[in-house]
Design a protein around this ligand. Structure first.
Ligand SMILES: *Cc1c(COP(=O)(O)O)cnc(C)c1O
Length: 821
């Protein structure tokens, strides 16, 4: 790679401050400095970006289009600097200009174009695709407002708009030359084409112009820069209306409103379908634009649309982009005039689907009325796909109508997006071993029996470049000192650290780094929460979206129990513990918001109780997101991964903690199972019902939480404190819904997530955590072994599997021509 010339780079920064802001670096604000540095970095990136795409064109590479409603990329600048390997030169340049790189990085708003794990996975995948040299586009939406900013007021979550583009985004490039039209509504008419053949045309529709913005995805030290293409909607110039509609003022205004609303905001639901019309518009909007553009790009260099699958693969990140299937069929049949069977066979070789959840409330089902009104031609095509698929089901299971009922794409007035995705894809993958087994044997059993060859597993991963190299520089440097820097692109080699687990000095160094990272987090907490925490205490961390299945409630009920124990016996042997939470709740998810309030209320009482001598602290970190996540993982001792077994498809937070030397306290769920396989049961704390046990209880209805409530007086005491005002300043109703959800169900099954059932087992596991932590040497050894066994969980491994087994991509090497001056 071409070296970064420090002196030239400094001049570049100064020049940007001048042309952008008419200021010298000294006069510029921190935000302006960030902009100037970012533009200077972009100059370096753009040369590699152009060279990459030139290489792709010359070699006529196969490309994966990763279609995702969410890309939770976080901040770009620091990550790009790291991947350019320009850290040292850039840091020096910045410092010689009198600036501090950390302060500059802190000026950048997170690109929070995602909710949680699914969006972050997409971002990790892009990092790995570029680093491995695989040709790829990420395709998504340029939401004007990303994930809301969470503010805690009086313990309650308040949502504030995330105006992340207000200062502009220095890394994006608008590409108006690739804009395409996307049509909604109207009706489908049969017309004659120029050769007198019948064709279907959508008429009297409303449309918007989809305009792409490209963001660079920089590979690590390899000149490869892929593109994250996010689409914005603009009003179609009314001049372009059908002649029929010219001068239709009403329609022009409606189209402007449509364009304004489509990309306005990310829906803040994680693992939950809200069923809003605008959401379906968003889905079709970005899918239609991405697929139209992918087809057009292919046809610029090729003449046979029938072979597009040799150069293009569409990977559907969950069911959100499933209309890809029908949109691609529409283009093949309506625009290219292919016969149905041929179009279907091409679609089947081009689309692949990743399943992310088995929870019924997350499955996307659109009412027929809405789907057909909004997407009339897409609906017709989906109906025909369904008609033929039902014939296929009936051929496979003659006379068994229950199979049609269970597997049809359209049934009971709904379009079932997962069924459409499975029917049309050549690959259906789960995201962890256990999850894929549950898909095959339970949730998607009928599909698996009919087409077993489609099903495969791709266990999720995370990028070590962001979550160790960038997020934990002290540990990253130490690892490099011990084993060299090969782990940065080949995480399997981190197993070489294993030998240091038995070395006393190495353990000391390692624990000292953990301590310094805890001091860094303690400082962040002091600044943001005003709470003093002891970096010598155990940092016990649960950060992830707030959801009942993730069981933050189990964690906080256990804290209430511990506090009761301490109050009963203030002199009891108790190792000081800091419980750290971070979680956003979907704005309309009342019970989740109530759990946030409970955590904060319990914290208020415990943190201010002098009787317990600071032995427990409870901290809720506001606005959990990628940028503060990096600081939190680095400082964690205990990783809380306590979902109800079978509910967490994979989890990726669990992997980030492991990579940073935290020990997992968790259920046998999602990728926890594989984490324990790698590191050994003796280096983790496993508790609770198994997924088989949970599924059995769900099917036989034999669990009654009252039985536990009646028998266990400690649990009863904690339950009573939810409704006696202990934590609610005397308000007896504040947590009544939580109480009822556990004992009566409040509409659903009582204690649906088996919190009381798993409580004792969890409390025992927590006792084992404390005992283990008291053995400093033993803990250090376990923590180091966790780091050394984390090699499997790099997204580089995951992407190699997708590339070889699903996408069939070839790696590319890129040379950047030297500037000759
Ligand atoms: C990794 C990550 C997640 C996913 O965490 P899980 O524990 O797997 O649910 C969510 N949000 C952010 C900001 C992350 O970095």
């Amino acid at each position: 790679m071409n070296e970064i010339n420090k002196e030239e780079f400094k001049k570049d920064i100064e020049n940007y401050a001048k042309v952008l802001f008419r200021k010298s670096i000294k006069e510029a604000s921190d935000q302006e400095k960030f902009q100037a540095v970012s533009y200077a970095v972009k100059d370096i990136v753009v040369d590699q970006w152009m060279a990459t795409h030139k290489t792709y064109e010359e070699q006529d590479v196969k490309t994966v289009y990763y279609l995702s409603m969410e890309f939770l990329t976080g901040r770009a600048l620091g990550n790009i600097i790291i991947n350019l390997k320009g850290n040292k030169a850039i840091k020096e340049a910045v410092e010689e200009l009198g600036m501090n790189l950390d302060v500059i990085e802190d000026q950048e708003p997170d690109a929070a174009l995602g909710n949680g794990g699914l969006g972050r996975l997409a971002a990790c995948f892009l990092d790995s695709l570029s680093t491995l040299g695989y040709p790829a586009y990420g395709c998504g939406i340029r939401y004007k407002y990303g994930m809301f900013k969470q503010v805690i007021e009086n313990g309650y979550q308040i949502e504030k708009p995330d105006d992340w583009l207000k200062n502009g985004n220095p890394f994006e490039i608008k590409r108006p030359e690739y804009a395409v039209e996307v049509k909604f509504g109207g009706y489908v008419a049969m017309r004659k084409d120029e050769f007198g053949r019948d064709k279907f045309v959508q008429e009297n529709y409303q449309s918007v112009l989809a305009v792409p913005y490209d963001l660079p995805v920089v590979g690590y030290n390899n000149n490869v820069v892929n593109t994250l293409r996010i689409w914005d909607a603009e009003a179609i110039d009314t001049f372009n209306l059908d002649s029929f509609d010219k001068g239709d003022y009403q329609k022009a205004v409606e189209q402007q409103n449509l364009a304004r609303t489509i990309c306005e905001v990310l829906y803040p639901n994680d693992n939950h379908m809200a069923g809003k019309e605008l959401r379906l518009k968003q889905q079709y909007f970005f899918v239609s634009a991405s697929v139209q553009r992918a087809v057009a790009k292919y046809m610029e260099k090729h003449d046979d649309i029938r072979k597009i699958y040799e150069k293009v693969c569409f990977q559907l990140n969950d069911t959100h982009p499933t209309v890809t299937v029908s949109e691609f069929m529409r283009i093949l049949v309506d625009d290219y005039g292919l016969e149905w069977d041929e179009a279907w066979s091409i679609t089947n070789k081009t689309c692949a689907y990743t399943n992310h959840t088995i929870m019924s409330e997350a499955l996307e089902k659109w009412p027929l009325e809405l789907f057909s009104r909004l997407l009339p031609r897409i609906y017709q095509i989906t109906e025909e796909i369904n008609r033929r698929f039902i014939l296929q089901i009936q051929a496979a299971y003659p006379g068994d109508n229950s199979k049609v009922e269970k597997m049809a794409i359209i049934y009971d007035g709904q379009v079932k997006m997962a069924h459409l995705a499975i029917a049309a894809s050549f690959s259906v993958n789960g995201v962890a071993k256990l999850h894929t087994e549950i898909l095959k044997n339970q949730e998607l059993k009928d599909f698996y029996q009919m087409m077993p060859e489609k099903f495969n597993n791709k266990t999720n991963g995370i990028t070590q470049r962001r979550f160790l190299l960038h997020g934990n520089p002290l540990l990253a440097d130490w690892v490099t000192k011990k084993i060299g820097d090969d782990w940065i692109t080949n995480l399997a080699h981190i197993n070489e650290l294993g030998i240091y687990a038995d070395d006393e000095l190495s353990r000391k160094e390692f624990m000292n780094i953990k301590y310094q990272n805890k001091v860094r987090l303690a400082k962040y907490i002091k600044e943001h929460n005003g709470v003093e925490v002891n970096p010598r205490s155990i940092f016990d961390v649960q950060v992830k979206r707030l959801h009942e299945y993730k069981r933050q409630l189990l964690n906080i009920l256990h804290i209430m129990y511990l506090y009761n124990e301490l109050k009963k016996n203030p002199e009891m042997d108790f190792y000081p513990r800091t419980f750290i939470f971070g979680a956003k709740a979907s704005a309309g998810y009342h019970r989740a918001k109530s759990i946030i309030k409970l955590i904060n209320s319990v914290g208020d009482v415990i943190n201010n109780d002098k009787d317990i001598h600071d032995k427990i602290k409870v901290v809720f970190i506001e606005n959990y997101r990628v940028s503060n996540a990096e600081i939190i993982f680095a400082a964690a001792d205990v990783s809380e991964q306590i979902s109800t077994a079978s509910k967490e498809a994979s989890g990726t937070g669990n992997m980030k903690f492991m990579l940073n030397g935290a020990l997992t306290l968790g259920t046998m769920d999602g990728a926890n199972v594989e984490i324990v396989d790698e590191v050994g049961k003796e280096n983790a704390f496993i508790f609770g019902l198994s997924s088989d046990e949970v599924i059995a209880y769900e099917q036989n209805g034999q669990y009654n939480p009252r039985d536990i409530y009646n028998i266990d007086s400690d649990i009863r005491a904690v339950m009573t404190q939810l409704v006696d005002g202990t934590y609610a300043s005397g308000n007896l109703d504040e947590f009544r819904d939580i109480y009822n959800s556990l004992l009566d169900g409040n509409g659903g099954r009582p204690d649906m997530y088996f919190i009381l059932k798993d409580f004792r087992s969890y409390a025992d596991a927590q006792k084992r955590v404390e005992a283990a932590y008291r053995d400093e040497e033993g803990w250090a050894k376990s923590a180091l072994l966790n780091v050394s066994k984390s090699g499997k969980f790099t997204s580089d491994r995951t992407i190699e599997e997708y590339a070889k087994e699903i996408w069939h991509l070839e790696k590319v090497t890129v040379e950047v021509p030297e500037d000759d001056e």
